[in-house]
Design a protein around this ligand. Structure first.
Ligand SMILES: [Zn+2]
Ligand SMILES: [Zn+2]
Length: 112
């Protein structure tokens, strides 16, 4: 009863990992291999979410002007002229029509 076995410890570890994975799902998403998804019967592209987040706006649907390729490289480092805030406003992402996501091509291809 009071003995904690290695397998129990491993179980805790896996549980913690799963919890983290759930919380940080978007970030860990790339770590979940397509092979694992297909073995679970899930869509390889989207994991059965049917949606793929927009890479440009990171699924938010809007981007800040000056951000390029999703990198906020200059946003915090480089304040242009202390300007009145117009550059701070988010603009609708033109990549995804401000939806923040796309229909999964795999699912829309295979959907009934
Ligand atoms: Zn977008
Ligand atoms: Zn899909």
């Amino acid at each position: 009863m009071e003995n904690i076995t290695a397998s129990e410890l491993a179980g805790f570890g896996v549980g913690a990992l799963l919890l983290c994975a759930t919380i940080a799902a978007p970030k860990v998403d790339a770590f979940i291999s397509s092979a694992q998804r297909s073995s679970l019967g899930m869509c390889k592209q989207c994991g059965d979410v049917k949606l793929i987040p927009c890479k440009r706006c990171k699924g938010v649907g809007s981007v800040r002007p000056g951000t390029m390729l999703g990198f906020d490289l200059f946003g915090d480092l480089f304040e242009p002229y202390g300007d009145s805030g117009s550059t701070k406003r988010s603009i609708p992402c033109s990549n995804c029509q401000a939806r923040g996501h796309f229909r999964c091509p795999e699912c829309s291809k295979a959907s009934l």
